[in-house]
Design a protein around this ligand. Structure first.
Ligand SMILES: [Zn+2]
Length: 289
């Protein structure tokens, strides 16, 4: 009798079914999933923390919108993946699938719409559209995902300059909406030569200079903070680091300038998670462990 009841229970657990035991009813899940923020808006980074059962040390697979996001161990069979969102995503229901050895779970989160500021730009003549060299190098940098995490908690402000343009601004060029464009970072305006510091620790994985063809980005530094989180700093007047260096949070990496396609001295800081430029604000003020 006892053996048979155990077999039934094991069978139900394996299929993720409803366990009815002694008149009580509960849904049993092998994966306990916590999604934050609970009510994200476009541009937010969604953290998916998965608590697996004891003894399961295999990272689960996290999928959203048909794209798979890497998960990394936190501690005690806990894993985390980050799902980025951007102004280009449709607002509304987003299904996040967590699957692994033990089960597959589908969790829905409602992504709130958000209005972004709009700029009307009049273009006269043709500015530099950039070089293949710089796009190849920047694209390769944006794809980096390395296993070690070098941040903990809120990121630092990379410049003491005032914010001159926030994340997500949309544009019309000569009256025509720029489809696919959004401001992929935050701009800080300050005098040429003002310090630019690393918002978090990490490895310098990109150094590009105007003299090598960085016509659009200008002098550029890219930092790999680990687990898919990257910073790119562009339009610098000076670069104080080399590729391969490890920098600490707050360490000076260069100085504000107006190199590349820039109308005045400012830092453009782009924060990327899993190849998508996300809003740095939640990372700066709330942070993720
Ligand atoms: Zn910018």
């Amino acid at each position: 009798m006892v053996i048979r009841r155990r077999e039934v229970l094991a069978g139900l657990l394996a299929t993720g079914g409803i366990v009815i035991w002694g008149g009580m009813s509960q849904t049993a899940h092998a994966y306990d999933v916590t999604i934050t923020p609970t009510s994200p808006q476009l541009g937010d980074t969604i953290s998916v923390i998965v608590q697996a059962s004891r003894g399961n040390s295999v990272p689960p697979t996290v999928t959203a919108n048909g794209k798979e996001y890497p998960s990394f161990p936190l501690a005690n069979n806990r894993f985390r993946a980050f799902v980025p969102t951007s102004p280009l995503d449709p607002p509304g229901r987003l299904v996040i699938q967590v699957s692994g050895q033990e089960e597959t779970r589908n969790l829905a989160v409602g992504v709130r719409d958000r209005s972004f500021r709009t700029q009307w730009i009049t273009l006269r003549g043709s500015g530099s559209l950039g070089t293949d060299h710089e796009f190849d190098r920047v694209d390769a940098f944006k794809q980096l995902v390395s296993p070690d995490r070098h941040w903990n908690g809120p990121l630092l402000r990379p410049s003491q300059g005032r914010v001159s343009s926030e994340y997500g601004v949309q544009r019309y060029y000569n009256g025509e909406f720029a489809e696919g464009y959004y401001h992929r970072g935050v701009d800080y305006a300050a005098a040429t030569g003002s310090p630019v510091v690393a918002p978090a620790a990490g490895y310098i994985r990109l150094v590009g200079r105007v003299s090598e063809g960085f016509e659009l980005h200008g002098n550029t530094v890219g930092i790999d903070h680990g687990q898919g989180l990257l910073s790119i700093m562009i339009h610098l007047s000076r670069i104080d680091v080399s590729e391969g260096d490890f920098v600490q949070a707050g360490q000076r990496i260069g100085a504000i300038g107006s190199t590349g396609a820039s109308t005045g001295p400012h830092l453009h800081w782009g924060l990327y998670m899993n190849e998508v430029a996300v809003d740095p604000v939640p990372w700066r003020f709330d942070g993720f462990e």
